[in-house]
Design a protein around this ligand. Structure first.
Ligand SMILES: Nc1nc2c(ncn2[C@@H]2O[C@H](COP(=O)(O)OP(=O)(O)OP(=O)(O)O)[C@@H](O)[C@H]2O)c(=O)[nH]1
Ligand SMILES: [Mg+2]
Length: 289
Protein backbone atom coordinates (compact mmCIF):
# COMPACT_ATOMS: atom_id res chain seq x y z
CA UNK A 1 0.00 0.00 0.00
CA UNK A 2 2.97 2.29 0.68
CA UNK A 3 3.66 3.10 -2.95
CA UNK A 4 0.10 3.96 -3.87
CA UNK A 5 -0.96 7.55 -4.30
CA UNK A 6 -3.52 9.18 -2.05
CA UNK A 7 -5.91 8.92 -4.97
CA UNK A 8 -5.48 5.15 -5.34
CA UNK A 9 -5.73 4.65 -1.62
CA UNK A 10 -8.99 6.55 -1.37
CA UNK A 11 -10.36 4.53 -4.27
CA UNK A 12 -9.44 1.32 -2.54
CA UNK A 13 -11.19 2.09 0.76
CA UNK A 14 -13.62 -0.75 1.27
CA UNK A 15 -14.07 -0.94 -2.49
CA UNK A 16 -16.93 -3.20 -3.42
CA UNK A 17 -18.60 -3.00 -0.02
CA UNK A 18 -22.12 -1.72 -0.34
CA UNK A 19 -23.23 -2.34 3.23
CA UNK A 20 -23.03 0.32 5.93
CA UNK A 21 -19.59 0.89 7.37
CA UNK A 22 -18.85 1.74 10.97
CA UNK A 23 -17.50 5.26 11.51
CA UNK A 24 -14.72 3.85 13.71
CA UNK A 25 -13.70 1.46 10.98
CA UNK A 26 -13.64 4.29 8.47
CA UNK A 27 -11.57 6.45 10.80
CA UNK A 28 -8.96 3.71 11.17
CA UNK A 29 -8.83 3.34 7.43
CA UNK A 30 -8.49 7.10 6.85
CA UNK A 31 -5.86 7.37 9.57
CA UNK A 32 -3.63 4.88 7.76
CA UNK A 33 -4.05 6.23 4.29
CA UNK A 34 -3.52 9.84 5.32
CA UNK A 35 -0.35 9.10 7.24
CA UNK A 36 1.00 6.88 4.47
CA UNK A 37 0.34 9.70 2.03
CA UNK A 38 2.52 12.13 4.02
CA UNK A 39 -0.22 14.04 5.77
CA UNK A 40 1.23 14.99 9.16
CA UNK A 41 -0.09 13.50 12.41
CA UNK A 42 -1.44 16.87 13.50
CA UNK A 43 -3.38 17.41 10.28
CA UNK A 44 -4.53 13.78 10.14
CA UNK A 45 -5.95 14.09 13.65
CA UNK A 46 -7.70 17.29 12.69
CA UNK A 47 -9.24 15.63 9.63
CA UNK A 48 -10.47 12.66 11.67
CA UNK A 49 -11.95 14.92 14.34
CA UNK A 50 -13.81 16.85 11.66
CA UNK A 51 -14.96 13.61 10.12
CA UNK A 52 -16.30 12.33 13.41
CA UNK A 53 -18.06 15.62 14.16
CA UNK A 54 -19.97 15.39 10.92
CA UNK A 55 -20.47 11.66 10.99
CA UNK A 56 -21.45 11.01 14.59
CA UNK A 57 -25.17 11.20 14.07
CA UNK A 58 -24.95 8.20 11.84
CA UNK A 59 -22.62 5.73 13.47
CA UNK A 60 -22.68 3.83 10.21
CA UNK A 61 -22.46 5.21 6.73
CA UNK A 62 -22.19 4.27 3.12
CA UNK A 63 -18.73 4.12 1.63
CA UNK A 64 -19.48 6.77 -0.97
CA UNK A 65 -20.92 9.15 1.63
CA UNK A 66 -17.84 8.71 3.80
CA UNK A 67 -15.56 9.49 0.87
CA UNK A 68 -17.68 12.48 -0.05
CA UNK A 69 -17.36 13.79 3.51
CA UNK A 70 -13.59 13.28 3.50
CA UNK A 71 -13.42 15.17 0.23
CA UNK A 72 -15.34 18.11 1.71
CA UNK A 73 -13.02 18.29 4.71
CA UNK A 74 -9.90 18.14 2.55
CA UNK A 75 -11.25 20.82 0.23
CA UNK A 76 -11.98 23.08 3.18
CA UNK A 77 -8.40 22.70 4.44
CA UNK A 78 -7.02 23.68 1.05
CA UNK A 79 -9.48 26.55 0.73
CA UNK A 80 -8.13 28.07 3.94
CA UNK A 81 -4.82 28.62 2.15
CA UNK A 82 -6.41 30.59 -0.67
CA UNK A 83 -5.75 34.28 -0.95
CA UNK A 84 -7.29 37.22 -2.73
CA UNK A 85 -3.81 38.54 -3.46
CA UNK A 86 -3.42 38.99 -7.19
CA UNK A 87 0.07 39.20 -8.69
CA UNK A 88 -1.26 40.98 -11.74
CA UNK A 89 -3.06 43.78 -9.92
CA UNK A 90 -0.25 45.54 -8.07
CA UNK A 91 0.08 49.27 -8.55
CA UNK A 92 3.37 49.75 -6.79
CA UNK A 93 6.33 49.93 -9.17
CA UNK A 94 8.48 48.02 -8.91
CA UNK A 95 6.64 45.45 -6.87
CA UNK A 96 9.42 43.65 -5.03
CA UNK A 97 9.24 39.89 -4.57
CA UNK A 98 11.84 38.09 -2.46
CA UNK A 99 12.28 34.32 -2.60
CA UNK A 100 13.53 32.40 0.42
CA UNK A 101 13.78 28.71 1.29
CA UNK A 102 16.10 25.82 1.87
CA UNK A 103 18.38 24.29 -0.73
CA UNK A 104 16.80 22.70 -3.72
CA UNK A 105 13.20 23.69 -3.02
CA UNK A 106 12.99 25.45 -6.39
CA UNK A 107 13.72 29.12 -5.64
CA UNK A 108 15.79 29.89 -8.71
CA UNK A 109 13.49 27.93 -11.02
CA UNK A 110 10.46 29.65 -9.53
CA UNK A 111 11.99 33.11 -9.98
CA UNK A 112 12.15 32.20 -13.68
CA UNK A 113 8.66 30.70 -13.72
CA UNK A 114 7.09 33.66 -11.96
CA UNK A 115 8.82 36.03 -14.40
CA UNK A 116 7.45 33.97 -17.28
CA UNK A 117 3.95 34.16 -15.77
CA UNK A 118 4.21 37.94 -15.40
CA UNK A 119 5.65 38.48 -18.88
CA UNK A 120 2.90 36.39 -20.40
CA UNK A 121 0.44 38.73 -18.71
CA UNK A 122 2.03 41.83 -20.15
CA UNK A 123 4.20 42.84 -17.18
CA UNK A 124 7.84 43.89 -17.15
CA UNK A 125 10.37 42.28 -14.85
CA UNK A 126 13.97 42.34 -13.63
CA UNK A 127 15.52 39.42 -11.77
CA UNK A 128 18.19 39.73 -9.09
CA UNK A 129 20.82 37.03 -8.60
CA UNK A 130 21.26 37.39 -4.85
CA UNK A 131 22.44 33.83 -4.50
CA UNK A 132 26.10 34.77 -4.57
CA UNK A 133 26.94 31.78 -2.42
CA UNK A 134 26.47 28.65 -4.51
CA UNK A 135 28.68 28.16 -7.55
CA UNK A 136 26.49 28.08 -10.62
CA UNK A 137 23.54 29.92 -9.13
CA UNK A 138 24.22 33.15 -11.01
CA UNK A 139 24.59 31.32 -14.33
CA UNK A 140 21.43 29.34 -13.63
CA UNK A 141 19.45 32.56 -13.30
CA UNK A 142 21.25 34.18 -16.26
CA UNK A 143 20.11 31.30 -18.46
CA UNK A 144 16.52 31.87 -17.40
CA UNK A 145 17.01 35.57 -18.12
CA UNK A 146 18.35 34.87 -21.62
CA UNK A 147 15.54 32.47 -22.43
CA UNK A 148 12.89 34.85 -21.17
CA UNK A 149 14.46 38.06 -22.44
CA UNK A 150 14.58 39.42 -18.90
CA UNK A 151 17.45 41.43 -17.47
CA UNK A 152 19.31 39.69 -14.64
CA UNK A 153 21.21 41.89 -12.20
CA UNK A 154 24.26 40.17 -10.75
CA UNK A 155 27.73 40.64 -9.33
CA UNK A 156 30.50 38.10 -8.82
CA UNK A 157 30.38 35.03 -6.62
CA UNK A 158 30.82 35.93 -2.97
CA UNK A 159 29.58 39.49 -3.38
CA UNK A 160 27.08 40.99 -0.96
CA UNK A 161 23.63 39.57 -1.79
CA UNK A 162 21.89 42.56 -0.20
CA UNK A 163 23.81 44.87 -2.56
CA UNK A 164 22.68 42.79 -5.55
CA UNK A 165 19.08 43.02 -4.36
CA UNK A 166 19.46 46.77 -3.97
CA UNK A 167 20.89 47.13 -7.48
CA UNK A 168 18.06 45.05 -8.91
CA UNK A 169 15.47 47.33 -7.35
CA UNK A 170 17.33 50.46 -8.51
CA UNK A 171 17.47 49.05 -12.03
CA UNK A 172 13.75 48.25 -11.97
CA UNK A 173 13.00 51.76 -10.69
CA UNK A 174 15.11 53.44 -13.36
CA UNK A 175 13.45 51.43 -16.11
CA UNK A 176 10.00 51.77 -14.55
CA UNK A 177 9.60 48.02 -14.53
CA UNK A 178 6.59 46.44 -12.89
CA UNK A 179 8.40 43.78 -10.84
CA UNK A 180 11.78 43.10 -9.25
CA UNK A 181 12.15 39.44 -8.34
CA UNK A 182 15.03 38.41 -6.15
CA UNK A 183 16.58 34.96 -5.84
CA UNK A 184 18.56 34.05 -2.72
CA UNK A 185 20.88 31.27 -1.63
CA UNK A 186 19.32 28.19 -0.10
CA UNK A 187 19.92 27.92 3.58
CA UNK A 188 19.14 25.37 6.19
CA UNK A 189 16.98 26.72 8.93
CA UNK A 190 19.78 25.75 11.33
CA UNK A 191 22.47 27.87 9.69
CA UNK A 192 22.69 31.00 11.81
CA UNK A 193 25.02 33.03 9.59
CA UNK A 194 22.90 32.50 6.52
CA UNK A 195 19.74 33.29 8.44
CA UNK A 196 21.32 36.56 9.61
CA UNK A 197 22.37 37.35 6.06
CA UNK A 198 18.81 36.70 4.89
CA UNK A 199 17.50 39.18 7.43
CA UNK A 200 19.87 41.78 6.02
CA UNK A 201 18.74 41.09 2.45
CA UNK A 202 15.16 41.52 3.57
CA UNK A 203 15.90 44.69 5.54
CA UNK A 204 17.61 46.30 2.59
CA UNK A 205 15.29 45.16 -0.18
CA UNK A 206 12.07 45.86 1.76
CA UNK A 207 10.08 43.33 -0.26
CA UNK A 208 6.40 43.84 -0.90
CA UNK A 209 6.05 40.10 -0.84
CA UNK A 210 8.31 37.41 0.61
CA UNK A 211 7.69 33.92 -0.71
CA UNK A 212 8.90 30.71 0.88
CA UNK A 213 9.37 27.81 -1.52
CA UNK A 214 8.85 24.32 -0.18
CA UNK A 215 9.24 20.90 -1.73
CA UNK A 216 6.04 18.84 -1.62
CA UNK A 217 8.12 15.71 -1.25
CA UNK A 218 9.84 16.97 1.88
CA UNK A 219 6.49 16.67 3.64
CA UNK A 220 6.94 17.04 7.38
CA UNK A 221 10.42 18.49 7.04
CA UNK A 222 8.87 21.31 5.06
CA UNK A 223 6.63 22.16 8.02
CA UNK A 224 9.59 22.28 10.34
CA UNK A 225 11.60 24.46 7.96
CA UNK A 226 8.75 26.85 7.46
CA UNK A 227 8.23 27.40 11.16
CA UNK A 228 11.83 28.49 11.54
CA UNK A 229 11.69 30.75 8.50
CA UNK A 230 8.45 32.20 9.80
CA UNK A 231 9.97 32.97 13.17
CA UNK A 232 13.37 34.19 11.96
CA UNK A 233 12.62 36.04 8.74
CA UNK A 234 8.90 36.10 8.14
CA UNK A 235 7.17 35.42 4.87
CA UNK A 236 3.82 36.24 3.35
CA UNK A 237 3.00 33.01 1.62
CA UNK A 238 4.25 29.94 -0.16
CA UNK A 239 4.84 28.23 -3.43
CA UNK A 240 4.74 24.45 -3.15
CA UNK A 241 7.02 22.90 -5.74
CA UNK A 242 7.49 19.41 -7.16
CA UNK A 243 3.84 18.52 -6.87
CA UNK A 244 4.40 16.53 -10.08
CA UNK A 245 6.94 14.18 -8.52
CA UNK A 246 5.18 13.82 -5.18
CA UNK A 247 3.72 10.35 -5.59
CA UNK A 248 2.20 10.23 -2.12
CA UNK A 249 0.40 13.52 -2.56
CA UNK A 250 -0.65 14.33 1.00
CA UNK A 251 1.81 16.97 2.17
CA UNK A 252 -0.12 19.84 0.57
CA UNK A 253 -2.79 19.28 3.21
CA UNK A 254 -0.38 19.66 6.12
CA UNK A 255 1.21 22.64 4.44
CA UNK A 256 -2.16 24.35 4.01
CA UNK A 257 -3.37 23.38 7.47
CA UNK A 258 -0.28 24.01 9.55
CA UNK A 259 1.39 27.05 8.00
CA UNK A 260 -1.71 29.20 8.08
CA UNK A 261 -0.26 31.16 5.18
CA UNK A 262 -1.52 31.58 1.64
CA UNK A 263 -0.27 29.36 -1.14
CA UNK A 264 0.08 31.34 -4.37
CA UNK A 265 1.13 28.73 -6.89
CA UNK A 266 2.13 25.11 -7.17
CA UNK A 267 5.12 23.95 -9.18
CA UNK A 268 4.40 20.98 -11.41
CA UNK A 269 7.60 20.53 -13.42
CA UNK A 270 10.94 21.99 -14.41
CA UNK A 271 9.80 24.12 -17.34
CA UNK A 272 8.89 27.78 -17.18
CA UNK A 273 5.21 27.11 -17.82
CA UNK A 274 5.04 24.55 -14.99
CA UNK A 275 3.76 27.00 -12.40
CA UNK A 276 0.04 26.99 -11.89
CA UNK A 277 -2.09 29.24 -9.70
CA UNK A 278 -3.08 27.48 -6.49
CA UNK A 279 -6.51 25.97 -7.06
CA UNK A 280 -7.88 23.72 -4.30
CA UNK A 281 -10.64 22.38 -6.50
CA UNK A 282 -8.16 21.31 -9.15
CA UNK A 283 -6.04 19.47 -6.57
CA UNK A 284 -9.05 17.77 -4.98
CA UNK A 285 -10.52 16.78 -8.32
CA UNK A 286 -7.23 15.17 -9.29
CA UNK A 287 -7.28 13.07 -6.12
CA UNK A 288 -10.95 12.14 -6.19
CA UNK A 289 -11.52 11.78 -9.92
N1 LIG B 1 9.81 18.09 -11.09
C1 LIG B 1 9.97 19.33 -10.63
N2 LIG B 1 11.22 19.80 -10.46
C2 LIG B 1 11.36 21.04 -10.00
C3 LIG B 1 10.26 21.88 -9.66
N3 LIG B 1 10.74 23.05 -9.20
C4 LIG B 1 12.09 22.96 -9.27
N4 LIG B 1 12.47 21.76 -9.73
C5 LIG B 1 13.83 21.24 -9.94
O1 LIG B 1 14.45 21.13 -8.67
C6 LIG B 1 15.85 21.40 -8.76
C7 LIG B 1 16.23 22.49 -7.78
O2 LIG B 1 15.60 23.69 -8.19
P1 LIG B 1 16.26 25.10 -7.94
O3 LIG B 1 15.37 26.12 -8.54
O4 LIG B 1 17.67 25.11 -8.38
O5 LIG B 1 16.17 25.15 -6.36
P2 LIG B 1 16.79 26.28 -5.39
O6 LIG B 1 15.85 26.42 -4.27
O7 LIG B 1 17.12 27.49 -6.15
O8 LIG B 1 18.11 25.53 -4.90
P3 LIG B 1 19.40 26.22 -4.20
O9 LIG B 1 19.78 27.37 -5.03
O10 LIG B 1 20.43 25.14 -4.17
O11 LIG B 1 18.96 26.59 -2.83
C8 LIG B 1 16.10 21.78 -10.20
O12 LIG B 1 16.57 20.64 -10.89
C9 LIG B 1 14.72 22.17 -10.72
O13 LIG B 1 14.57 21.97 -12.11
C10 LIG B 1 8.93 21.33 -9.84
O14 LIG B 1 7.90 21.95 -9.56
N5 LIG B 1 8.87 20.05 -10.32
MG1 LIG C 1 18.84 28.54 -6.32
Amino acid sequence: MGKMSLKDKIKSIFAGRFDLLKVDELKDEFFNILLESDVSIETTEYILAEFEKKADEEKRMKRDNAIELLKEILLRILNDARTSFNFLKQDKKPFIVLFIGINGTGKTTTVGKLSYFLLKNGKTVAMGASDTFRAGAIDQLKIHGENLGVRVIYQGMGSDPAAVAYDTIEHAKARKLDYAIIDTAGRMQTNRNLMEEMKKIKRISKPDLTILTVDAMAANDAIEQASTFKKEIGFDGLIVNKMDTDARGGSIFSIAHQFRKPIYFIGVGQNMQDLIPYDPKYIIDKIFS
